[in-house]
Design a protein around this ligand. Sequence first.
Ligand SMILES: Nc1ncnc2c1ncn2[C@@H]1O[C@H](COP(=O)(O)OP(=O)(O)OP(=O)(O)O)[C@@H](O)[C@H]1O
Length: 362
Amino acid sequence: MARIELNRLAHSYKAHPSKPSDFALKEMTHTWEHGGAYALLGPSGCGKTTLLNIISGLVTPSQGAVLFDGRDVTRLPTEKRNIAQVFQFPVIYDTMTVAQNLAFPLKNRGVDRATIDRRIAEVSRMLGLEREMNRPARGLTADMKQKISLGRGLVRADVGAILFDEPLTVIDPHMKWLLRAQLKRVHEESDVTMIYVTHDQTEALTFADKVVVMYDGEVVQLGTPQELFERPEHTFVGYFIGSPGMNVLPARIEGDRAHVGAAAIPLGAGYAPLGAAVKSEIGIRPEFLRLAAGTDGFSVALKRVEDIGRHKILRCELDGRPLAAIAPEAAEIPADGIRLSADPAHVHVYADGHRVPAAGRA
Ligand SMILES: Nc1ncnc2c1ncn2[C@@H]1O[C@H](COP(=O)(O)OP(=O)(O)OP(=O)(O)O)[C@@H](O)[C@H]1O
């Protein structure tokens, strides 16, 4: 188990970085609690692998420190950090059997035979590899090889953290679900800190207790799946998480009203003026919009209705911008124009992408 602290950490691959865009990782300070299951989530190029490699010791950061349980490990090589790693593609020995591959990290550290046998039996059961144990790794499918890689990551009981870099990329979709559920169970049983890199929100939300959302070299939010859903701290989080993502609309904020074109949308509380220089927007998740009766709410142009079984997605436009709303499966959708209303407690205000706290609301 390890508590991982990132202290004013930043990294540039350039020798002489001079501007923010030279940094693959912009300055961040975070503590990741021991025993937590964290997912690093973000689009390609946002810096996830760079951050993971700094934690594992493959990359030395150009600024700041990494501490494991209070000990500065910034300049320690990977093998001195007491971590296990699982990469995107299988890293196994083709000439060894499955059992020998699983035993390798333990044998390497001089663990006794009885413990090795017990651990590889546990891990093989967990991953459904029992029947393959005596087969040579060569010739196994990519799926199977990656399971062995996962097993090698999980086999040591003494590691402080296990780092996974998109470990299920080569696994077929059905098996992905099973393995993710197994990893979650392993985490619950072992209490080891796990950090799991992915660009897939489903993978992140089903695996992690805490999701670290990265965008353009920054951690834009670190929160539980529910926090990311209910209170996105950045428009990117709102847009990236959820299906469909949060509606983000340019808006003029006046006290407790947001004006989008002709629509005046009530906010949950009053806001101080944002200033003319900032890009002011509101964010409303489709789940918090509903069909309004009579003259309630605001008028939108309905473009199409998608029936996805559990509910309907109303694809609308407000002031020429797309706006999605979720309606119950049984809802009658009027053909002659619709009005929507938003739950004011779930209308967020953003200045230059960052959520603005309301006066009187956290
Ligand atoms: N060894 C390197 N040398 C120079 N630039 C690099 C190096 N590795 C990554 N970068 C750059 O740093 C930025 C962050 O890359 P990184 O691989 O950390 O992102 P990522 O979120 O893991 O992306 P992906 O999901 O595609 O792996 C990108 O602009 C990338 O081009």
